[in-house]
Design a protein around this ligand. Structure first.
Ligand code: SF4
Length: 85
């Protein structure tokens, strides 16, 4: 009797960060710490209470947060958010 172990077609996640289109976000010094980006896309941005500018939490924008990340970048009042494809 054989037990069905993980060798048989585990639903392989073919996700590969190096091959997929990835987006990186960064914030420059013009940030006025309004916190909007962290409200719009908390998956990527945070606005720590003691920070002078917002922070990017992730190296690469998760695919499911890409739309809100773009919205945050477009909503930033001083255009401090850069997205690098
Ligand atoms: S929306 Fe722009 S100005 Fe406001 S915290 Fe984010 S990066 Fe800074």
């Amino acid at each position: 009797m054989q037990s069905p172990v993980e060798t048989a077609g585990s639903p392989a996640r073919t996700y590969s960060p190096k091959e997929d289109t990835t987006v990186k976000a960064s914030i420059d010094d013009s940030c006025i710490a309004c916190g909007l980006c962290a409200d719009v896309c908390p998956e990527v941005f945070e606005m720590p209470d003691d920070a002078e500018i917002a922070k990017v939490k992730v190296d690469e924008v998760p695919a499911d947060a890409e739309a809100s990340c773009r919205e945050a970048a477009e909503s930033c009042p001083v255009e401090a958010i850069q997205l690098e494809e």
